[in-house]
Design a protein. Sequence first.
Length: 432
Amino acid sequence: MTRVLLKDVRPYGEGEPVDVLVADGVIADIGANLSADADEIVQGSGAVALPGFVDLHTHLREPGREDAETIETGSKAAALGGYTAVFAMANTDPVADNAVIVEHVWRRGREVGLVDVHPVGAVTVGLAGEKLAELGTMRHSAAEVRVFSDDGKCVHDPLIMRRALEYTRSFGGLVAQHAEEPRLTVGAQAHEGPNAARLGLAGWPAPAEESIVARDCLLAAHTGGTLHVCHVSTEGTAELLRFFKGRDTGGSVSAEVTPHHLLLTDERLATYDPVNKVNPPLRTDDDALALRRALADGTVDCVATDHAPHAAQDKDCEWSAAKPGMLGLQTALGIVTRTMVRSGLLDWRGVARVLSERPAEIAGLADQGRPIAVGEPANLALVDPDAEWTVRAAELASLGQNSPFEGMRLPGRVVATLLRGAITAHEGKVRR
Ligand code: DOR
């Protein structure tokens, strides 16, 4: 096993720079001016050392849409973005609703070896919302699936949602809900409000999300199941989460927010560029500000990218024909730095919490989101907090190029990522 010496890094951005020696996949030593035999030395130059990021919400598109992303290209994007674990959503083709597909995704992730790829299992067969998939079989497969979601679609039938919460509870799993009441979003194209009305686009009203979140929080409490709310997008949802998390019930509720919902708003509709089309849609300024506050105070537990690459033909078309979704893996840190760190809402310890520790806890990963301490697994992201860079979608590792942040200058650059002590990305280049 290689030994890597990380010179002059600041764990959680605190204190004087130290050296971190990584050997046999774990942190072997931490101290000032370590002189150790190392196969490689990484100059941190004061970089912030954080536990490697964990993304609970990634679309890797394989199998089925390898023209938009593959497990390999998505893993590269993840490593370059500081991630050491990602959860690959089930809305592939075929759908990951059985042990064969989840094992395929898991194995391919291991072969690529840049990031731990954990497949998410579908809740219902074919994401059709009618019949529970074989959750237990996926749980007991080699992929050991723990997170289940029909993301892209809502588990709208309350009885199926109840059963999913009950069943996953029996083996310590959780249901990640894409909260969207389908009857309220028929034909919806953008956030319901004046900006959508001006363009004649059918609206996606906030209560379509909030009504499902309220229902599912009640069901989680009633069943004792574990609910995770995907891509929270409205102030009302944040208020509901605050209410339900403040109650002492048998169930458990967690939630994520995407970088794009922290930064962008439906003002973007004025561009009429489908790169800004996403589900749930970009909301208002008030929503974005409320989401930042909710993330800072822990009401929303973590950031998840909803990285959703699409092939050019699915985005370079008329708004209503375009697929919803945005790239996220390589820009998440920059957006979080801009919206949460530069604004003073989070320090780097807080960033470690929302990008790594909480998502690892929610998903039950024992070896991710761990403290930076001797003996702990060396899953790490080194971040230059002062460096600024310009987003160029064509230079990102993903096959799809649908980044709404194109041309934007972002603070916070990933210097290096280490997975179990092996460098997976360094200075913008992937290591294989
Ligand atoms: O914008 C989105 N794109 N939201 C989703 O929930 C699904 C995702 C996708 O798969 O493209």
